[in-house]
Design a protein around this ligand. Structure first.
Ligand SMILES: Cc1ncc(COP(=O)(O)O)c(C=O)c1O
Length: 347
């Protein structure tokens, strides 16, 4: 089955498999006291700066919840986009497990700005109100758009000016950095980000992410919160090996850059197709098309992809590290022919 449903549908990159196999030698201390995890910490510091401290976890929802639990006090909330994964795709885990309230904001194309956050900075000293303690942005966003370093810097300055921290949900951080042709540090540490959910699964790992604190004073207690949150892996070396591979030999840039390039190829191939329009700019590895009536269902009988919003008819086509040019070209030809037929039938 080849399709455009999710970058999670893709398999594991061979270099990651090799790294897991290489870690599978003899006994190693458990719970992160192993040599592979120590090497990963060094890689993280080389990539993100000397104050970076990584806490490896099993998945992205867990990373987001651990970051929130670790950095927020019980009465503090999180400003995020309405479309944020933490708000719409984590089954309420930030609220239920994290114990925090999400303070959502309507955004164009999934991106927050200081101006959009400003109305949420109210009643800071009112004992009856939830006080914002964090701004959480996703990069690349759930709608396939990308925050540039200066946009993140503006959000960090705004957050810090009001005593908040800036969290980046980087489930697709690699896609953002590859799209901008910058290093991971430029859109995290150097942009004033305080805490990061470093994604890896969508970039070709079997399943490993990390909470990364970027200022030393923020790391205190994160290890205990991770344990309480059931995200502490006993055989951590096999998760760390994946993340080490991701950060070695530019694997993140190669996998995410390829996925982005395939999305661009698909966007170019379907440009001008009758009845097709894109709801959001294509800046990373996803397209959000609106199609003529009936076309999505017909295509979905041949190609897996998600209807993103039933109400608006927006679909999502997601490219992965292993999407091929042949996949894209065959799908684009089918999209074009199916749209043309649908438009002709209604003419
Ligand atoms: C933006 C974003 N954040 C976080 C996640 C992590 O989710 P999971 O808990 O499935 O690893 C995802 C996965 O789809 C995502 O798209």
């Amino acid at each position: 089955m080849r399709g455009f449903a999710s970058d999670n549908y893709a398999g594991i990159h061979p270099e990651v498999m090799e790294a897991i196999a290489a870690a599978n030698a003899g006994h190693e201390p458990a719970y992160g006291d192993d040599a592979v995890t120590a090497r990963l910490q060094e890689r993280l510091r080389a990539e993100l700066g000397s104050h970076a401290e990584g806490f490896v976890v099993f998945n992205g929802t867990g990373a987001n919840v651990v970051a929130m639990r670790a950095l927020l006090r019980p009465w503090e909330g999180v400003i995020c986009a309405e479309t944020a994964h933490v708000n719409v795709d984590e089954a309420g885990a930030p609220e239920r497990i994290g114990g925090t309230k999400l303070l959502t904001v309507a955004t164009p194309h999934g991106k927050l700005t200081p101006e959009l956050c400003a109305p949420r900075i109210d009643r800071m000293d009112d004992v009856h109100a939830v006080r914002p303690g964090m701004i959480s942005v996703t990069n690349s966003t759930e709608l396939g758009t990308v925050y540039a370093p200066d946009e993140l810097r503006a959000l960090a300055d705004f957050a810090h000016g009001h005593g908040l921290v800036l969290h980046v949900d980087g489930a697709r951080l690699a896609n953002a950095a590859a799209a901008l042709d910058v290093g991971l540090r430029a859109i995290t540490t150097d942009a004033g980000v305080d805490v990061l959910t470093l994604g890896g699964t969508k970039a070709g790992l079997m399943g490993a992410e990390a909470v990364v604190t970027l200022r030393p004073e923020l790391a205190d207690g994160v290890d205990r919160i991770r344990k309480q949150s059931m995200q502490l892996a006993s055989k951590m070396r096999f998760l760390s090996a994946q993340l080490e591979a991701l950060l070695s030999a530019d694997l993140w840039r190669r996998t995410a850059g390829h996925a982005n390039a395939m999305a661009r190829r698909l966007a170019d191939a379907v440009a001008g197709t009758p009845g097709l329009r894109l709801a959001h700019p294509v800046e990373a590895n996803a397209l959000f098309p609106v199609l003529p009536a009936g076309v999505a269902a017909e295509l979905q009988s041949r190609w897996p992809f998600y209807t993103w919003d039933e109400a608006t008819g927006v679909q999502r086509w997601m490219c992965s590290w292993d999407t091929t040019e042949q996949d894209v070209d065959a799908f684009a030809a089918d999209v074009t022919a199916t749209c043309q037929a649908a438009v002709a039938a209604t003419a």
